[in-house]
Design a protein around this ligand. Structure first.
Ligand code: KG4
Ligand code: ZN
Length: 343
């Protein structure tokens, strides 16, 4: 049996988790409210908050798991992609922890971790996909359709050519004057709205790629033009605006996912990443079981947005392969160039 402490600090959540093999014992997340008033994550403030949060979060994760640090076999951490200053806090903590305890370190790619969260087990959740399966990875920074052949073999079938889905929904929220992050706020307000109330341009991109810049611009122009005629337009139509933009986004996400399933013949279909918390996307995935004969994998809410549990399970797969790193490891901010995010 392998006990892993996992650390996630790639953006604005400081998280620590403890796993016993694939079973999750604890998963603590300290969010950072400090960014709300700025309408987005301020990297410098995020690094400072990670510094303040990391020790108490790890301490609480161990306590909640009922595990002493001497009982751990490894420490897994997010190496990238993400904000460099934020990553540095987690990477440096992992190095100190591993050196002090004399246990190995496992570096994890944040995007792979989102996908592999489907292999976590809890007392309520133990439903893992079989290989190969498709995964729509939708977060604040990435939108990709992946074919997952094994825990370490990911093939990209389609990607966004511009904005990520989460970025698009956060920008739509900003246009309406809603707080950051906009995804959960739009999701909530959309529940009381009519998704057909406003016409928003759907992207028309060939193949399995995505593009959200047209959708975003179409929404921006709609709001700008109607606001010019009626300064109270947003307040009067907030629910309908949220429902319409959410529907346009989810429709385009689903269209390419369905196409990927038809092209590959794969019917095990998963979603992962922050936007997979979206209630309409989850409903459409559920409906896909009946409509397309899918076996749909929808993660529990706590595994959708950034968390260390997913880093722990990705770390476990690498641990089992003896894939460790040493103290010379440095974080990477970007997926491309220095290192390909998804090989
Ligand atoms: O995976 P994540 O926590 O961080 C990144 O790795 O980027 O994803 C954050 C994104 C944000 O854009 C946020 O607005 C979006 O996920 N999000 C949602 C919902 N909850 C979070 N988008 C739509 N509906 C939601 N319920
Ligand atoms: Zn993420």
């Amino acid at each position: 049996m392998i006990r892993i402490l996992a650390i996630e600090s790639s953006c604005d959540d400081t998280s620590a988790a403890v796993l016993e093999d694939d079973f999750l014992l604890s998963n603590l997340i300290a969010g950072q409210d400090v960014h709300r008033m700025y309408g987005g994550v301020v990297p410098e403030l995020a690094s400072r908050a990670h510094m303040q949060n990391i020790v108490p979060v790890v301490d609480s994760a161990l306590k909640q798991a009922g595990v002493r640090k001497e009982e751990l076999h490894a420490v897994a951490f997010t190496r990238g992609p993400g904000l460099l200053g934020s990553l540095l806090v987690g990477v440096s903590f992992a190095k100190a922890f591993s050196a002090a305890l004399g246990i190995p370190m496992v570096e994890v790619n944040h995007l792979e971790a989102h996908v592999l969260s489907h292999f976590l087990r809890t007392s309520q959740y133990r439903h893992a996909p079989r290989f190969p399966f498709l995964c729509l990875l939708v977060s604040g920074g990435h939108t990709q359709i992946l074919k997952i052949e094994s825990p370490s073999r990911f093939r990209i079938l389609g990607s966004t050519l511009d904005d990520a889905a989460g970025e698009c929904i956060d920008k739509a929220a900003k246009i309406m004057g809603l707080p950051y992050p906009g995804g959960p706020v739009i999701d909530r307000l959309a529940k009381e709205g009519d998704p057909e109330a406003f016409k928003i341009a759907r992207p028309r991109i060939a193949g399995l790629d995505y593009s959200f810049s047209g959708l975003k611009t179409s929404f921006l122009y709609l709001v700008r033009d109607r606001l010019a005629a009626d300064p109270g337009f947003i307040e009067k139509n907030l629910n309908n605006l949220c429902a319409s933009v959410q529907k346009a986004l989810v429709d385009s996400l689903m269209e390419k996912l369905v196409k990927s399933s038809l092209q590959t013949g794969i019917k095990q279909v998963a979603i992962a990443g922050g936007v997979s918390a979206n209630s309409l996307l989850r409903k459409e995935m559920e409906a896909g079981q009946e409509k397309y004969g899918w076996e749909a994998f929808i993660p529990p809410f706590s595994f959708t947005t950034d968390n260390a549990a997913m880093v722990g399970i990705a770390g476990l797969f690498k641990f089992r392969n003896g894939d460790f790193c040493d103290l010379s490891v440095v974080p990477y901010a970007r997926a491309k160039g220095q290192r390909q995010a998804i090989p």
